[in-house]
Design a protein around this ligand. Sequence first.
Ligand SMILES: C[S@@+](CC[C@H](N)C(=O)[O-])C[C@H]1O[C@@H](n2cnc3c(N)ncnc32)[C@H](O)[C@@H]1O
Length: 242
Amino acid sequence: MTSRTIDYTKYPVPRIRHHANPTLYLPESNHHVHLSYYPPVVVPDWREHFANGQPPAWLDVGSGMGKFLIETALGAPETNILGIELRKTAVEWVQSVLHGEKISNASLLWYSVVNGLQFIETGSLEKIFYFFPDPWVKKRHHKRRAFSNALLDEFARMLRPDGRLYLMTDVPEVDDYQQEVLREHGYFSCQYTPSDAEWGPTVRTDQERFCLKKNIPYVRVTCVPALQPAPDGADHDQHSHS
Ligand SMILES: C[S@@+](CC[C@H](N)C(=O)[O-])C[C@H]1O[C@@H](n2cnc3c(N)ncnc32)[C@H](O)[C@@H]1O
């Protein structure tokens, strides 16, 4: 539940290309030269990101135009939320809203998550959100998908033992792909979560709002650390579109 409503018309939205430069989706180590348009691989100083100087407790990977990040931060003023996004224009716009609305417990980092998340402390995150990733449906583009065994290693390392990973997608093929990566990785136990009461997050993302408006079905999946991986296909019966 957000504590106030933001008038987004105060912040003119820049023109954002549908897909960014393909090199941004690959790790920096893949490039032999420094690319000026590639987000820097840096260790953030939390004092520059959050008013209380503390590290984030929630992480939103691929925040896009950031309504989820912005409004979730408004509704949880005691919690630091870090967003990660590789499109610089989107990052600048979201930062302008956060600044204009004096929201100092959220920050959007211009960064490509495929470079790892070493700067986030082990066992420090309560929630990780991974919502509506770019689908990259064509086989030759699969290498641009960030959801991988390596990313799940990072998620598993960063999450607290009672932490949660939240996923949403409106692309069945992406859902299948993510379920397969999760099963092979084995650390998480996941279930489809159609019920609002069980889901948790109350703020809708930009893409979720679009899906709701256009009546496009999407799935929500909640994952918790599990000693034993969920049995193969066990959750597929619960597969339901919201
Ligand atoms: C379809 S948008 C969804 C945005 C938002 N989560 C929502 O639900 O509205 C996916 C976003 O993930 C970002 N993204 C894709 N790959 C990324 C990466 N490797 N690192 C950071 N952000 C990435 C894209 O730039 C894009 O803004």
